[in-house]
Design a protein around this ligand. Sequence first.
Ligand code: SAH
Ligand code: SF4
Length: 354
Amino acid sequence: MSLLSLSRNELKELLSDQPKYRIDQIWKGVYEQHLRPSEITTLPKQLREQLGQDPRFNLQGEEVEVLQADGGKTIKTLTRFSDGREVESVLMRYESRVTLCVSSQAGCAMGCVFCATGQAGFFRHLSADEILEQVFLAARRAKDLYDSRLSNLVFMGMGEPLANYDNVIEAVAKINFEFSIAARHITVSTVGIVPGILKLAENPMQISLAVSLHAANDELRTRLVPINARYPLDDLVASLDAYRERSNRRISFEWAMMADINDHDSDAFELAEIAKRVKAHVNLIPLNPTPLFPTPGTELDRVYEFRDLLVDSGVNATVRMTRGNQIAAACGQLSTQVKVRRSSRGEDKDLQAT
Ligand code: SAH
Ligand code: SF4
């Protein structure tokens, strides 16, 4: 048990000798000001000291590396939990919003061949409070550095969120209710775990769903995304039909563009068929090459041509070249190679340690 896993009632029970207004002070201090209880200066010193020494009122994780790019507008952190496992989170500041990308697992069992996290394999699920600790630490940083709150949250860090469904949904509820991020600004990105999509369809929270498609025929998709053998495209698309019918929410597709692999005209036409059927918006992101999958990302001119083919076929499609999306796409790379690809073509820049 640690601070962010406590409900308000549990907190009250643990501090039953304290008046109700103290519980409110602690709750607000944690969820609105993002302070540890020991840092809430409106509490009596003795109580602060007592709380500071008790692991139930503290975080389990600690930030072991903080790296920034783009003059501090993009910040990657590595958080280490008590068993030594480390996960990455990325904070991205834009003109009108602050987005946090969080991890849902240490590692990932899905083995997508182009993904650094997948290449490293699966270690374990994160608990809801380990997911929430990433949010707490980032919210604190956004307040200190940007004088701003977190407005958007995406599950695009390490791990497959729908393979850790219950913990992710428990965390999402608190992110929505306590960290006050609107449900429609919370996006779960999945490789296409059909039972998870069907379960999510029944969930009343209006969160957004992104599906990492990358290929629109089974032969290629199984090669790139091995879990496709278990949940082939027909089943995936049927689950998305059901999802739309039940939830009435919009779906987006992620398509990492890999040179001469999934960027042919025929790929665009196959993708357009599926995207039109489920009315999905398509995000095109040039692949970040990884050591075990050195294929380059598609050249920018071709990315735009591919986008035009989709648009001409009646599909909403966007090229996402911004630094933030490049970093979100560099899923799992912090722990392997502390390097991100910048927005302009071909330019690589090391992140600066802060
Ligand atoms: N497991 C989930 C969420 C984490 S991955 C999923 O797969 O959707 C987040 C996104 O990064 C996914 O769209 C994934 O396909 C993409 N991604 C992974 N490795 C990448 C790479 N090397 N270049 C570009 N995008 C990548
Ligand atoms: Fe896992 Fe997503 Fe990476 Fe695939 S792309 S290995 S599902 S984290």
